[in-house]
Write a protein that binds this ligand. Structure first.
Ligand SMILES: CC(C)(COP(=O)(O)OP(=O)(O)OC[C@H]1O[C@@H](n2cnc3c(N)ncnc32)[C@H](O)[C@@H]1OP(=O)(O)O)[C@@H](O)C(=O)NCCC(=O)NCCS
Length: 224
């Protein structure tokens, strides 16, 4: 196993006004995500064929979404603005007030549920829900604890966010395909537990044959 020194940081939310730095992050983000979709097409509900056609504004909107935090694992010796520095990424969507038995469906993208215009602020349960999506580590960087470190950073962020909102608990959800053993083991190692499952049809990916797959819903609670 390679021993890689890494650091975790969050990407800044980009603003309406275009700056050169923002444009550079949009490019890095787009390229990293498209690399992920090409490297592990079966790990994601979306596809390279779909996302590579998206206009630049799509990526800008994701980085500008106040309900999305992008956690990047970077090579400790390099600045996050260098493309080679990016080793891994997860996205934390939220907070959102929703029924704590409701899951984020695998049948579509989770992003619309956690849009910039989601005004939900009232909680009847004292629990705010977050959702983790887009987990990907570069194949050459795997096996170094980066997946665990990214998830712990996101869980800590969600707990802090709940404290600021005056909530007692963060409920953090995610979905993983049943055949994805590496990701399942990773999530269970960190403490996620199964809460349900759902059949879904992956979105189009080239000319390959498609078949229904079983998505497993996981969650864990981060207490403030
Ligand atoms: C899943 C993924 C993020 C794990 O990344 P990683 O950098 O290897 O993660 P870590 O080094 O932190 O591994 C932590 C734990 O995950 C589990 N794990 C990781 N890779 C594994 C594998 N190939 N097989 C079985 N378990 C594995 C192990 O429990 C491991 O703990 P251990 O090293 O003590 O055995 C990575 O394999 C990946 O990017 N896969 C493709 C994209 C993907 O599947 N995303 C998830 C979408 S839901």
């Amino acid at each position: 196993m390679a021993n890689i020194a890494f650091a975790i940081e969050t990407l800044p939310h980009i603003s309406e006004a275009h700056s050169e730095d923002d444009d550079a992050f949009v490019e890095l983000y787009r390229n990293f995500r498209l690399d992920a979709l090409q490297a592990d097409p079966d790990a994601f509900g979306s596809s390279y064929e779909e996302e590579s056609q998206r206009p630049r504004q799509f990526w800008r909107d994701r980085l500008a979404n106040p309900k999305a935090v992008h956690f990047i694992a970077r090579d400790a010796a390099q600045d996050v603005s260098c493309a080679d520095a990016w080793l891994g990424m997860i996205v934390l969507l939220g907070p959102k007030d929703m029924d704590t038995t409701e899951v984020v469906s695998a049948k579509g993208s989770p992003w619309p549920m956690f849009g910039a215009n989601d005004e939900s602020t009232e909680s009847h349960t004292g629990v705010a829900t977050y959702h983790i999506t887009g987990t990907f580590n570069k194949p050459s960087a795997r096996g170094n604890g980066i997946g665990v470190a990214l998830l712990k950073a996101a869980l800590g962020y969600a707990a802090d966010g709940c404290a600021e909102l005056g909530r007692k608990q963060a409920r953090v959800t995610l979905t993983v395909d049943q055949i994805n053993e590496a990701a399942t083991k990773l999530y269970e190692k960190v403490g996620f537990y199964q809460v349900g499952e759902e059949w879904y049809t992956p979105r189009p990916r080239g000319m390959e044959e498609q078949w229904d797959r079983l998505a497993v819903h996981y969650e864990m609670r981060a207490t403030v």
